[in-house]
Unconditional design. Structure first.
Ligand SMILES: O=C[C@H](O)COP(=O)(O)O
Length: 329
């Protein structure tokens, strides 16, 4: 099922997994899904306290984290200039001298993530690289514009050059337990994406319970999602460890039943290098090494890269530069 492809980041041989084709909606399976909230919360609470990565390996793990970032700008005041600067950062995520010292020249982020209107600018700015552009489409972030327009927006983003589409699901389908409607929506959106990979944003902070999160995760995977993603970054609560455990376990169950690996993208509020290391350890522990590759794991983050760069500088020089001390406040 797996095919080796040349390394994109140079970190590890990259493996491209077979895409999830989805399956018929299995309502009995959905109904049987439970989530033991207190057990999940107890386990999640232990994660940040553990020394997730040995000190001598931290730089390597931080480089790995860089290769997994969907470097994001999703602001109402985005301009072509801002997107071009973001793309320059995506091409060269940290200072060249650091990458030379760490033996990783040529390292890039996983993707750049922008609103539809910025896709063409990003595609042009990334020409000559293999960094894909991800577009948030389908009436991001609320997903409440007319259905036809949401589907059409996907097509527009694909035509503009997006290779990945981050769709938002209709939260009301989850809140009313209308799994058929959620499944149909996911199916339609997946079809509209064509060859572009589709990430389903659940907006977990608006789904009420972890059981809803688990069930929505499963239905989106049945509908053919290539990735499930926690949040838009605009909800009051975005990526959390309990939600992540819940979604990761749904991915594990789906793989056990179907043989297909679905990717995971925590997004929103992940801004510290140490948090990124906790997530990577979680992925390795719960799902194993395949989920430490860009085709199965991404961080959706606008400011994580800055903190990773500061920590790498500290690792290499023993101190923070004046500019970085200023940035840390
Ligand atoms: O999908 C990505 C998120 O919108 C980024 O959120 P953030 O700005 O909190 O890192």
């Amino acid at each position: 099922m797996n095919t080796e492809t040349p390394a994109r980041t140079g970190l590890l041989p990259q493996v491209t997994h077979a895409r999830n084709p989805g399956m018929a909606l299995d309502l009995d399976w959905v109904a049987s899904v439970q989530a033991n909230t207190s057990a999940i919360e107890r386990r999640a609470a232990t994660l940040p306290g553990r020394r997730s990565v040995k000190k001598e390996y931290q730089a390597a793990w931080l480089l790995k984290a860089i290769s997994l970032i969907d470097l994001t700008t999703l602001s109402g005041d985005d301009t072509p200039g801002r997107v071009q600067r973001l793309c320059a950062k995506a091409r060269q995520p940290v200072a060249p001298w650091m990458l030379e010292r760490l033996g990783m020249p040529g390292l890039t982020v996983g993707a750049v993530c922008v609103y539809h209107e910025m896709v063409e600018t990003a595609v042009r700015a990334l020409e000559g690289t293999s960094i894909p552009v991800a577009a948030v489409s389908t009436g991001f972030p609320a997903g409440l514009s007319p259905y036809k327009l949401r589907i059409a927006e996907i097509g527009e983003s694909v035509r503009a050059g997006a290779k990945e589409i981050d769709i938002v699901i209709s939260r009301r389908h989850v809140l009313t337990q209308n799994w058929q409607a959620l499944y149909d929506e996911m199916r339609d959106m997946r079809e509209a994406c064509g060859d572009a990979h589709v990430k389903a944003i659940l907006a977990t902070g608006e789904l009420g319970t972890l059981r809803n999160v688990a069930r929505a995760s499963l239905v989106c995977m049945m509908g053919g999602a290539d990735f499930i993603k926690t949040s838009t970054g605009k909800e009051a609560v975005n990526a959390t460890l309990p939600v992540s455990l819940t979604m990761i376990r749904a991915i594990r169950d789906y793989e056990a039943r179907t043989g297909y690996k679905v990717g995971y993208k925590p997004a929103g509020g992940i801004a510290k290098a140490k948090d990124a290391l906790v997530y990577l350890t979680l992925m390795k522990d719960e799902l194993g090494h395949p989920w430490l590759q860009p085709d199965l794991f991404r961080f959706g983050a606008s400011s994580l890269l800055g903190d990773i760069e500061r920590q790498l500088e500290h690792h290499l020089t023993g101190h923070y530069s004046a500019a970085n001390r200023h940035a840390m406040g």
